[in-house]
Ligand binder design. Structure first.
Ligand SMILES: Nc1ncnc2c1ncn2[C@@H]1O[C@H](COP(=O)(O)OP(=O)(O)OP(=O)(O)O)[C@@H](O)[C@H]1O
Length: 254
């Protein structure tokens, strides 16, 4: 049976001046999987991620999402196709309540981006749906709190809620655990597992224990190229992966 691939790249390359940050990457992400992109510092993960989310144009290569060539599409266009990046575009309005932030995200989905001229009645009609999302990410008790007053980990949960408001088929997460304490890591890990039930997730993540427990499949990048691929048990035993991590001075992949 052929694999059901939702996102793929071929020969994806990004050069900055004379430096090749991403070099001929052929990535395949299976529909419904949690796929992690890892690698030592400077491996090209962020650059690769920015190419996939269309924040950077590639020098060469192609990106195909659901059978459509999206290499030259803009971020807003791919969001409409169901491919949404969290933690960057799902900006949170600090002074507005948790519920209002999610409601605004729901409005955006309806295509009236930042249309603040709607009547309060119309907006209120979205409250039920917004509350459902707030509950889904475990923030029900904070619904009326201004976003700015949330803890760091809970702000990230809110960002996931605003991303979910767009009902993405595939979510791209940029270091979801960055800067988090252990409790928040556990909470966000559980949340990612929960929201992955009916969608595909691709994440760049440094926390290897999170990668180990969440990911179905891992792509290891080093010096802009794919070094290894497979599940965690496979890639963490791969001598080339261990060497790349040791060589970068951040310990091994275990
Ligand atoms: N805009 C840019 N101009 C020039 N070089 C860049 C640019 N962006 C990234 N690079 C270089 O490309 C290489 C890959 O960087 P990138 O940030 O993609 O790696 P990374 O794997 O995400 O690293 P880290 O884990 O440290 O975040 C690095 O050597 C970096 O210095």
């Amino acid at each position: 049976m052929s694999e059901d691939i939702i996102l793929s790249t071929s020969g994806l390359t990004k050069e900055f001046g004379g430096f090749t940050a991403v070099n001929g990457v052929d990535l395949k992400v299976r529909r419904g999987s949690i796929h992690a992109l890892i690698g030592p510092n400077g491996a090209g993960k962020t650059t690769c991620f920015n190419l996939l989310t269309k924040f950077l144009p590639p020098t060469r290569g192609a990106i195909v999402y659901n059978g459509k060539d999206i290499t030259r599409r803009r971020p807003a266009e791919i969001a409409r196709l169901g491919l949404v990046r969290s933690f960057q575009i799902s900006a949170v309005f600090p002074q507005l309540s948790v519920l209002k932030n999610v409601r605004i995200a729901l409005q955006r989905k309806r295509g009236d981006s930042f249309d603040f001229w709607r009547s309060e009645d119309v907006l209120s009609s979205l409250d039920g749906e917004a509350m459902r999302l707030v509950e889904a990410v475990g923030l029900a008790q904070f619904a009326e709190l201004p976003a700015v007053e949330l803890s760091y980990g809970r702000k990230r949960a809110l960002e996931i809620a605003t991303t979910l408001a767009l009902d993405p088929e595939m979510m791209l997460l940029d270091e979801p655990m960055a800067g988090m304490g252990r409790e928040d890591v556990e909470r966000i890990e559980a949340l990612i597992r929960k929201v992955s039930q009916n969608r595909t997730i691709l994440m760049v993540e440094h926390n290897l224990s999170v990668v180990a427990s969440l990911s179905d499949r891992i792509t290891v990048l080093a010096r802009g190229q794919i070094l290894a691929e497979g599940d965690y048990a496979t890639v963490s035993k791969d001598p080339r992966v261990i060497e790349a991590y040791i060589g970068s001075g951040v310990g091994n992949a275990h």
